[in-house]
Design a protein around this ligand. Structure first.
Ligand SMILES: Nc1ncnc2c1ncn2[C@@H]1O[C@H](COP(=O)(O)OP(=O)(O)OP(=O)(O)O)[C@@H](O)[C@H]1O
Ligand SMILES: [Mg+2]
Length: 306
């Protein structure tokens, strides 16, 4: 398994919302289990504020959890051992496996290696690229910082990656403000895959883009996934995006993952039905009824609605 999160939670302290004006805690991610296996794309959909980005940042160890664990690149038999130890409460075994596989225990060389093997693409290509850096330096930065390539090799790799994401080599010498939104997202992608990661978090990778550009970036993502064999966690509001990209879909609501992941394959044939019912579904989930309020003719779209 590339990524396995177990009982992961993140609570934020929120000021001045308690009864006496004191702090309260907001359960941004609450007791979540999720698996991403080799070469698969796992979608996470959910309304704004449901905790999707927080979950993505926890998996990448960009944020420390309140409780729970994320295990990276763990053989399936050891993960099964971990799960049974979790059930039976064998603390010693848990600690032993966590020492080797937890994303939160890595330090020094190990941490650099893990950073090299993980990448993240953020929603907004306008704010996620440093405006003072040229495209070349933006794409090279992770390769140098993680010790993946020397500077001269990184420069060559950057030019190859620009071609890979459909940008002319001359763009290496441009600054982000000289690029369109779609071109910036291509640069973000080149940066995200520059260290040839095993695992990539895509946090709303297309939602800031025009519809026509969204389609180009999505097909590029699919191409990258197939060429580089990268496992992906795809976070999005857009159910059509997961239907196109993901092998499995998880639905997040108020910090929790709802039921088990489901196959999006049936959604491909029925995108209009999905867009018709997705809004009422979010409303119904709040009342713990996993069923669309509008009645749909034909098949049930996904197991969590049953
Ligand atoms: N650093 C933080 N401090 C306090 N609260 C936070 C912090 N980061 C996120 N939150 C809160 O945690 C909840 C989940 O936020 P998160 O950004 O994960 O949601 P999301 O599902 O990604 O939303 P969106 O679809 O709008 O991007 C929100 O209520 C948010 O306000
Ligand atoms: Mg988000």
């Amino acid at each position: 398994m590339i990524i396995a999160a177990r009982k992961i939670s993140k609570y934020f302290q929120v000021k001045g919302t308690g009864l006496m004006g004191g702090g309260a805690s907001l359960k941004a991610v609450d007791d979540v289990n999720i698996n991403v296996s080799e070469r698969s794309v796992v979608g996470v959909v959910g309304e704004s504020g449901s905790g999707k980005s927080t979950l993505g940042r926890l998996l990448m160890a960009l944020l420390l959890p309140t409780s729970g664990q994320v295990l990276f690149d763990i053989p399936d038999d050891i993960l099964a051992e971990y799960d049974s130890a979790l059930e039976s409460g064998e603390l010693e075994k848990l600690r032993r496996i966590e020492r080797e596989y937890s994303v939160y225990t890595k330090k020094g060389k190990e941490l650099k290696k893990m950073r090299r093997e993980m990448g993240i693409i953020f929603q907004d290509p306008y704010s996620s690229l440093d405006p003072r850096m040229r495209v070349m330096d933006i794409v090279m930065e992770p390769m140098i910082a993680t010790g993946f390539k020397r500077r001269d090799e990184a420069r060559q790799m950057c030019l190859r990656l620009l071609e890979e994401v459909g940008l002319p080599r001359e763009f290496a010498f441009r600054y982000p403000h000289e690029l369109s939104g779609g071109q910036r997202q291509r640069v973000a992608l080149a940066r995200g895959i520059s260290t040839l990661p095993k695992f990539l978090v895509l946090d709303e990778p297309t939602s800031a883009l025009d519809v026509s550009v969204q389609a180009q970036i999505l097909s590029l993502l699919k191409e990258i996934k197939n060429t580089f064999n990268i496992s992906m966690l795809l976070i999005t509001h857009n159910i059509a995006v997961v239907a196109y990209m993901a092998d499995y879909v998880n639905v997040m609501y108020a910090g929790k993952l709802m039921e088990r992941p489901c196959l999006p394959s049936s959604w491909l044939q029925v995108p209009s039905k999905v867009s018709l019912c997705i809004q009422p579904v979010w409303l119904d989930l709040g009342r713990s009824v996993c069923r669309p309020r509008v009645s749909l003719a034909g098949e049930v779209l996904c197991s969590f609605w049953r």
